[in-house]
Ligand binder design. Structure first.
Ligand code: NAP
Length: 231
């Protein structure tokens, strides 16, 4: 692959969990991958043995989103944008009536509003044929006690991503990855043994298959996407 042919991806939240697993996989496939996370040291350590480019920062910060856009300009555009970074909000998870007003804004902004703003700033930088993936959750469409605010933010993200796809003509997918054995999942279930949950690496082949097959834009559950059969 020449540098001009190398596909480019930006994944928010790539120092851990699904974002890291996907970034590492795309890097291994020859993509140029840009990612971010707030903890600069953890980000640097997580991608140290890869060619993934880490840009530390908070996706909720407009200055950081401008940094990401400047980096994408240096690359010459994007072929894949994955909106993955996410917060559960204050822990432990709690019923809606126990949220402080500031918590509501923080969760909705990080998980949905900031990603809408990132979509807006990156829209002119998406190359023809680019795809946008919002990492969703079953909580976006089901109503579990204590998951209301997070679920609402994921429902909003789904709506934003899929509307953007319809408006901009790019393939757009809201993907529920299912439960994964990650720090976020452990945060949601403190003290619980989450060793039976699948690793985020198990979701990556399903995301890659989605991107390869390019079904109609829409909401997908990762477990329903057959991974590609190795040649
Ligand atoms: N794990 C599950 O069971 C599960 C189930 C359904 C859906 N999901 C979704 O899957 C996605 C990945 O979750 P995960 O479980 O892989 O999480 P994770 O292991 O906790 O990783 C989250 C990543 O996002 C980064 N991040 C968090 N807030 C950020 C911000 N404001 N700006 C930039 N980066 C930020 C984190 O680094 P810093 O903390 O250093 O910023 C980290 O790199 C999320 O959208 C989550 O909602 C997860």
């Amino acid at each position: 692959m020449t540098p001009e042919q190398t596909p480019h991806a930006l994944i928010t939240g790539g120092s851990s969990g699904l974002g890291l697993a996907l970034g590492r996989a795309l890097d291994g496939l020859g993509w140029t991958v840009v990612t971010d996370a707030r903890d600069a040291d953890r980000l640097a350590g997580a991608i140290a043995d890869t060619d993934v480019r880490g840009i530390p920062g908070d996706v909720a910060d407009a200055n950081h989103r401008r940094d990401l856009a400047a980096h994408v300009d240096d690359l010459g555009g994007l072929d894949l944008l994955v909106l993955n970074a996410s917060t559960l909000g204050p822990l432990p998870m709690r019923p809606l009536h126990d949220y402080a007003p500031g918590d509501v804004g923080e969760v909705l902004h990080t998980n949905a509003g900031a990603h809408a703003a990132l979509l807006a700033v990156l829209a002119p930088r998406l190359r023809p044929g680019a795809a946008v993936v919002g990492i969703s959750s079953d909580a976006a469409v089901q109503h579990y006690p204590t998951w209301g605010l997070y679920g609402a933010s994921k429902a909003a993200l789904d709506h934003l991503v899929l509307t953007f796809g319809a408006e901009a003509g790019h393939a757009a997918y809201a993907v529920d990855p299912g439960d994964m054995r990650t720090p976020m999942h452990q945060d949601a279930f403190p003290g619980e043994d989450i060793g039976d949950r699948p690793l985020p690496e198990s979701v990556v082949p399903r995301l890659l298959a989605l991107l390869e097959r390019r079904p109609p834009s829409g909401r997908y559950v990762a477990a329903d996407i057959a991974p590609a059969v190795p040649a």
